[in-house]
Ligand binder design. Structure first.
Ligand SMILES: [Zn+2]
Length: 477
């Protein structure tokens, strides 16, 4: 009955269609930019609330910096300008006149924030300085896909300065852990954390930590990153402090960001043939209440009961909504809310009124026996809470089993290179860390997603020499 493209054979088309059909995004007249509609934006708000609380728990404070940055700022750190130049949007005119110095629309805010840090940091007593901003950034991408890659996207960017290198590394790792737990515990998406190879590192970083996910079509997705910046970065912006010993020193800085790409990851990890499947913790509507009746008399009684149940659920902090649209069959409503990925449906009809029960339907189960349960109306809060928790946990477990089934241990590129075309997934292998060997992966349109802590392989996949580290290779978005 679904009119969606087949998720197994036409994943990209399925993605484009489901996000439009369910009111997550709409296309916009601006090339490469998308409108996030309320159903999608509510997910972002829920993610923001969750991440913001975690950021504050790390004693990082929120602030806001300008959207437009003097172009010369970008040039101050050599690698940074080299990395971002091709993606910059540059403002050359303002107020009808050509500007003396062009402004760039921020692709990220290190430059302007470190300029401000140079004014705010003078002594070791000013450290650590830990700032976050919630903002939009612009990167001139050529091929775009909603949430995954777009000209403008929303994110948070954390920027910190520390007295010692060890403190900066600790901060960067704390941000990485915050992101890992947000993906796994809040969005029910299993991830792998690791370090980026030199070629994939952030422009201006000494080290980039990454959170990587595997979408259900077997393609990798970089979920977010956390950087320990090269010392040249604060040096370029003249950030320095007087230490306790009287010496003038340059602080060690970190930056880390989490974006609306996470919404794309939710959709591409959990969706199924029926449509979206949203983890309860981030579902804008956790329970949809559908009244069932035939006559006007039945309608009155059932709707009154449904409204009572709605109030009880709301008061318990559960995001609920009543679908009392007239002239529409319950079946048509079920179909629509299943497609929108609402985790739990509560049905209540005349028979349920008599028995003082309600029916709970579970979005992620398809066998009739598992899908529906009859529960006493008086226990609706406890039962719904338990069901939401079960759905959240089961979604994570299922996604983890799938990721593990697509995780291959391999030794030689000659064997797995061609295989990556038909059988996507993670390919774990050994690497000698030579750039020339990394280039071999790219011939097969794969990339090194990250360096792992675990080491299982003794030889480099490309040259056969002794390997120094295990890596994950995949085709990625
Ligand atoms: Zn090698």
């Amino acid at each position: 009955m679904s009119t969606l493209p087949d998720i197994n054979t036409h994943f990209a088309e399925w993605y484009q269609e489901i996000i439009a059909k369910t009111g997550i995004v709409d296309s916009s007249p601006t090339r490469g930019c998308f409108v996030i509609k309320p159903y999608g934006y509510t997910m972002w708000e829920l993610i923001q609330q969750h991440v913001d609380a975690k950021i504050k728990a790390l004693e990082v404070e929120n602030a806001y910096f300008p959207l437009l940055i003097p172009k010369s700022f970008l040039s101050k750190e050599e690698k940074h300008v080299e990395g971002f130049s091709p993606e910059l949007a540059v403002v050359t005119h303002g107020g009808g006149k050509e500007l003396e110095e062009p402004l760039v629309v921020r692709p990220t805010s290190e430059t302007i924030i470190y300029y401000m840090f140079s004014r705010w940091i003078t002594s070791y007593r000013d450290l650590p300085l830990k700032i976050n901003q919630w903002a939009n950034v612009v990167r001139w991408e050529m091929r775009t896909r909603p949430f995954v890659r777009s000209l403008e996207f929303l994110w948070q960017e954390g920027h910190t300065a520390h007295r010692t290198h060890a403190e900066a590394v600790e901060m960067s790792l704390a941000a990485l852990e915050m992101y890992r737990s947000t993906y796994e515990d809040f969005l029910a998406i299993p991830v792998v954390t690791g370090i980026k190879s030199e070629s994939e590192r952030f422009a201006g970083a000494e080290r980039t930590y990454t959170v990587e996910g595997l979408m259900q079509d077997g393609r990798g997705l970089q979920m977010c990153t956390s950087h320990v910046l090269a010392h040249s970065f604060p040096e370029a912006f003249d950030v320095h402090f007087q230490d306790a010993d009287g010496a003038t020193k340059v602080p060690y800085c970190t930056s880390w960001g989490f974006t609306t790409r996470s919404i794309g990851a939710i959709i591409m990890t959990h969706g199924d043939a029926q449509g979206l499947v949203l983890p309860p913790k981030v579902a804008p509507i956790q329970v949809i209440l559908v009244p069932i009746y035939k006559t006007d008399e039945e309608r009155g009684a059932v709707v009154t009961k449904i409204k009572q149940l709605y109030t009880i659920l709301q008061q318990a902090g559960i995001r609920a909504k009543i679908d009392d649209r007239e002239g529409m069959t319950p079946g048509a409503k079920y179909f629509e809310w299943e497609e929108k990925g609402v985790p739990v449906r509560l049905e209540c009809g005349p028979k349920d009124l008599q028995n003082n029960t309600v029916v709970l339907a579970n979005r992620i189960e398809h066998e009739k026996a598992k899908k529906k349960s009859f529960v006493p109306a008086g226990q609706v809060v406890e039962q719904v809470q338990a069901l939401l928790q079960t759905i959240q946990t089961t979604m994570y477990e299922r996604a983890k089993i799938r990721m593990q089934s697509q995780w291959h241990q391999v030794d030689r590129i000659a064997d797995f290179g061609p295989k990556m075309e038909t059988e996507q997934g993670w390919y774990q292998t050994g690497w000698c860390q030579a750039a020339s060997c990394e280039a071999v992966v790219k011939q097969y349109k794969g990339t090194i997603r990250c360096l792992l802590e675990e080491k299982k392989h003794n030889n480099c996949f490309a040259c056969g020499a002794a390997s120094t580290v295990d890596i994950l290779v995949a085709k990625a978005y």
